[in-house]
Design a protein around this ligand. Structure first.
Ligand code: ADP
Length: 716
């Protein structure tokens, strides 16, 4: 692609000046030309009317001569053939007329008298035979063309009239008009000196002329004029005069004599005004253009200087250096300059803020208890904080540039790479490596320790950076192990204690029965009552050890989860509780039950405890118990709902604790372990248990169990 042409401000302004001035100049030229055309048309019109007037004057001259000659032709002297008397009469008439002389010519062309000669002198034959023939033939008057007279021997013209003798034309009476006379008519017109006017005869011969008549008399007018005079009565055209001057010629032809008058206006005169105006325009336009371009140059320079002055501040801004913009002569440039200064101040503020936030960031990094390590895409350490240095027993300077794998035991390098890929695939993520089982750190000295790692991705300047926040969990792992051990010990203890207590308790119960049976008769009422109370205390103790044993057994035994049909379990439980259900006259409703994954015995115990409680805590009304299961999202929600005594809201949490009871043995017997067992069973199956209840209205014990899908377990 052709690169775009960049114009400087000066060139742009120069173009602007030209664009404004040139149309104005063109319009002025067009107007001048239009004015010239108008002046030309006017001149042609004026010249035509002058030519017509001139032609009219010439024709009048001929008519006047004709009239005088016609009057003379009627002289009786002619009839008498008294040419001497006629000569005197003619001479007499010449005194009152502008004719030069008068001649009488007979039909044979012989002059019979001529006022230019004394009467009686011999006279030559006439030379204008054409005119004579025309007069004799037509009997009409006639004006001759220019010819050399045989007596005067100079160019002249004659006006001739017929002289009748009876019915025939016997003579021609002619009056001579000298060209000088016509020349006078021209001069009288008072033409401007440059105007060339000419009077031409029928043949186009110059008879009178304003310029150089001596040189051109008798010559034919220019061929163009001669042609135009033959063709039309009047007109105008451009040509070159006889002396070689270009002229605009206007001509008129007489309808009577067929003579012509032409006026030539030199083209130079005609265009003088136009040329003058054009020169003025050129001068004015040149001055205007020079002035405007000069102004554009100066203004363009000022603008360019103001804009260039912004170059170094803009660069300084880019380099982050201090910016100083002087006051500029152009207001818009000055505004930009002020904006650059402001931008520079803002940049300084931002930099300071950035520096501050960087310092804060560094402070956080350095004071953090956790190790913070940033690595690039090639796993090379870019950042290693003080906590990392302490945790991995490696100085910061030494760690920077090392691969992160230097701090991971070799046996789990493969797992580490898999983890990295997994997190990278997720984009910007965070998480711990615990789940992948590689949460083991390696100190610089080769010692391994358990860690918890969270991870995040950031892209900085187009390159991904990975930050690991690592926590040393050695202490927590140790404490957890100790707790696990102690829990196990306690469970073992509870199991052994309750198991071992069972035998002596059974013996005591047996002994008490023996005592009552063998020695009861010897005892008074008080003694018998004591034996009975001891018996019931022992039974309670037996129940307590039984319950404790089941409680301890839940975690002590290794669970093998299998699909359990809860409908069957509920059926078994109802069967086992047949007697109390009958006694209490209870109404039992059981909904659809699903199959879940779990321990059958524990689940049976869970339902047994909940159903048992519903039957037990019902006061004097017949218990109505409803067992149901609802599927909610990914888990089953089971409910055992009764219409019993209910539980006050403040005890809803407590009832699940071990030995927590809300009633005395007399009101409702029990050990306070049943619901604690329920909670253990549910939590051991990955669910949770809670109660919703209103005192005096009834309780609903609900628990959740994960949904079991046979396909998933098959795949597993
Ligand atoms: P126990 O029934 O042996 O006392 P539990 O752990 O089963 O022990 O119950 C704890 C306490 O919760 C009971 O003492 C009783 O006050 C209350 N409780 C349990 N189930 C119900 C119920 N269905 N209605 C009212 N109260 C109940």
């Amino acid at each position: 692609m052709k690169p775009k042409r960049i114009l400087s401000i000066r060139a742009s302004l120069a173009w602007l000046v030209m664009a404004c001035l040139l149309p104005a100049i063109v319009i002025t030229v067009v107007l001048l030309y239009y004015d010239y055309q108008r002046a030309r048309v006017e001149l042609i019109r004026d010249s035509l009317s002058t030519a017509r007037a001139l032609m009219h004057a010439v024709d009048r001259e001929f008519a006047s001569a004709e009239m005088s000659l016609r009057a003379l032709a009627t002289s009786p002297s002619l009839d008498k053939q008294d040419f001497s008397a006629f000569h005197a009469q003619a001479r007499d008439m010449l005194r009152r007329h502008s004719l030069n002389n008068i001649a009488l010519i007979d039909a044979g062309g012989q002059q019979r008298m001529n006022t230019a000669r004394t009467y009686g002198e011999p006279l030559p034959k006439a030379t204008s035979m054409g005119q004579l023939e025309r007069i004799l033939k037509s009997g009409q008057s006639d004006v001759s063309d220019l010819f050399i007279g045989p007596i005067l021997k100079t160019p002249l013209i004659t006006v001739g009239v017929p002289v009748h003798s009876g019915n025939t034309v016997a003579h021609s009476l002619v009056g001579v008009i000298l060209p000088a006379h016509l020349q006078e008519i021209l001069v009288d017109q008072g033409f401007p000196p440059d105007r060339i006017a000419v009077i031409a005869d029928r043949a186009g011969t110059v008879v009178a002329r304003t310029h150089d008549i001596g040189r051109f008399i008798g010559q034919t007018v220019t061929p163009v004029l001669a042609q135009r005079l033959k063709e039309s009565d009047e007109g105008s055209f451009e040509t070159v005069s006889l002396e070689g001057i270009p002229v605009l010629t206007v001509f008129v032809r007489s309808a009577t004599s067929r003579w012509g008058v032409a006026i030539g206006v030199p083209v130079e005169t005609l265009t003088a005004d136009l040329r003058h105006s054009l020169w003025l325009l050129i001068g004015f336009a040149t001055l205007l253009m020079a002035g405007s371009l000069g102004l554009a140059w100066i203004l363009g320079g000022r603008i360019a200087r103001a804009i260039r002055a912004l170059r170094s501040p803009a660069l300084a801004l880019g380099y982050g250096n201090a910016v100083a913009v002087p006051e500029l002569a152009i207001s818009e440039a000055d505004e930009v300059g002020k904006a650059i200064t402001k931008a520079s101040t803002m940049l300084v503020d931002t930099n300071e803020a950035l520096t501050g936030s960087e310092a804060r960031m560094r402070g956080i990094l350095e004071s953090a208890m956790d190790a913070i390590i940033t690595v690039n895409d090639s796993q090379i350490i870019m950042l290693f904080n003080s906590a990392a240095s302490v945790m991995f027993a490696c100085p910061v300077e030494q760690a920077i540039g090392l691969s992160i794998t230097r701090f991971i035991p070799e046996r789990i390098h493969a797992g580490h790479h898999a983890c990295v890929q997994q997190y990278n695939g997720r984009g910007n993520a965070s998480g711990t490596f615990d789940a992948a089982g590689i949460a083991v750190g390696l100190r610089y000295n080769g010692e391994e320790f358990p860690v918890e790692v969270s991870y995040s991705n950031v892209v900085e300047s187009g390159a991904p950076l990975h930050t690991l926040i690592i926590r040393d969990v050695t202490a927590r792992v140790r404490a957890y192990a100790a707790l696990e051990r102690s829990n196990l010990d306690l469970q073992q203890f509870a199991y052994v204690a309750s198991h071992d207590l069972k035998t002596p308790l059974r013996s005591i119960a047996g002994f008490i029965q023996l005592l009552e049976r063998n020695h009861g008769a010897k005892l008074d009422e008080k003694g018998l009552a004591l034996i009975q109370r001891t018996g019931s205390a022992v039974r309670r103790l037996e129940q307590l050890t039984e319950d404790l044993l089941s409680y301890a057994r839940i975690d002590a035994e290794v669970k093998q989860f299998v699909p359990v049909d809860l409908a069957e379990v509920v059926r078994d439980v109802v069967h086992l509780l047949h007697a109390p259900i009958q006694t209490a006259n209870a109404v039992l409703t059981v909904g659809e039950m699903p199959v879940v994954l779990g321990d059958r015995t524990q689940l049976a115990q869970l339902l047994m405890n909940l159903l048992g409680n519903s039957l037990k805590y019902c006061r004097d009304r017949a218990p109505e118990v409803e067992i149901s299961a609802v599927l909610e999202e990914r888990e089953w929600v089971f409910s055992v709902k009764d219409n019993g005594i209910g539980i006050d809201a403040k005890h809803h949490e407590k009832v699940f604790e071990v030995f927590k009871r809300l009633h005395t043995q007399n009101d409702y017997p029990g050990t306070g372990i049943g619901l604690a067992i329920c909670r253990r069973v549910v939590e051991g199956h990955g669910g949770k248990i809670w109660v919703t209840s209103e005192s005096g209205v009834g309780s609903t014990f609900s628990f959740t169990l994960p949904v079991f899908s046979p396909e998933a377990s098959d795949e597993a």
